[in-house]
Design a protein around this ligand. Sequence first.
Ligand SMILES: [Zn+2]
Length: 349
Amino acid sequence: MICSVVIVIIIMLLFAPEILPLSFIITLAQIPYASSQPSPFSSTDNQSNSGVPDYYYSSSNSLLTGINHSRGVNDGSSNIKSVILNFDDGFQNQYTYAKPILDKYGFKASFFVVCNYAGKPDRMSWQQITTLHDEGYDVESHSMNHNHMDIMTPEELNYEIGQSKQCLADHGINATIFAYPFDIGWNDPTIVNIVSKYYDLARTGNDPLTFLHCDGYKNHPQTDCRTYTDNGELTFANRYSVRSWGHDTVEIKDGFNDDETYNTFIEEVNSQNSYNNVGDGGAGGYKINAIPLITYHNVDYLTGSYHTDVDLFAQEMKYLHDNGFRVLTMRDLGYDDSTNSLYLVNATM
Ligand SMILES: [Zn+2]
């Protein structure tokens, strides 16, 4: 029955797409999900989207036409889930194993490279890094030498932070985002002030979600993303401490059980549901308040800390693809000085 309905719809779309109401397509698209497949999400996952499964957004995004992505608000017709993928440290295996999987789905990601690691035996060459850049991947800075910045002199900090931007520029890459090695430095005003001289944003660990208005961190109440409070204190969440979720941290917690980690990944990427589309998008619009940023290190067939199995990574990317997630890069995050908040600048994919 479903097949024949689908065929009818395809014929109608081919010959008279303008007469087919969107709600009709959505209703029909829910049929396979509602009738034959158990939800992979927990009961809380659909609470914020009026019971409409997210699956009717196909990977082709064919129903997303007309969405206004500015300031993370669209036309209200959808519940779009987004994920930002990060790869740190410039490992060779990211190019060998992760890139082909990303390419298969047309996903782009951010690669935070360490300048003086480039060309080392297990790291990407400059040619590979520039190939990533040329193919539309986002290549950003992860310092010159990946050392602990909390024990550096200001001169050393300027070198690690500023020279790594110059180093990437020397290879034709305009880095505007910095990732703190070992997640150290985001809470140190001296370091943050130097980062702010060179970059628009900076990334650190380790929270499940980035809140675009920096207002979702229970232990750190904020109403916007100002870098300093009126008292001159550095805030927890701001444009220089954009929080990401460490995939490796979860693998360690899950005892390197890939089935467990896969389930945790699904929970993680769907956790945004509780915060998005909560009715403040204006004119019935959809509002994105929270996005998961996920950070990987090695993607290969080795075991142990900071190694994600290629098959697990492939499974995770397939999940994002099959469930219509928009996969974005850090470059899709902008900062609005007038509201002191982050927003999605270029979420056209
Ligand atoms: Zn690193």
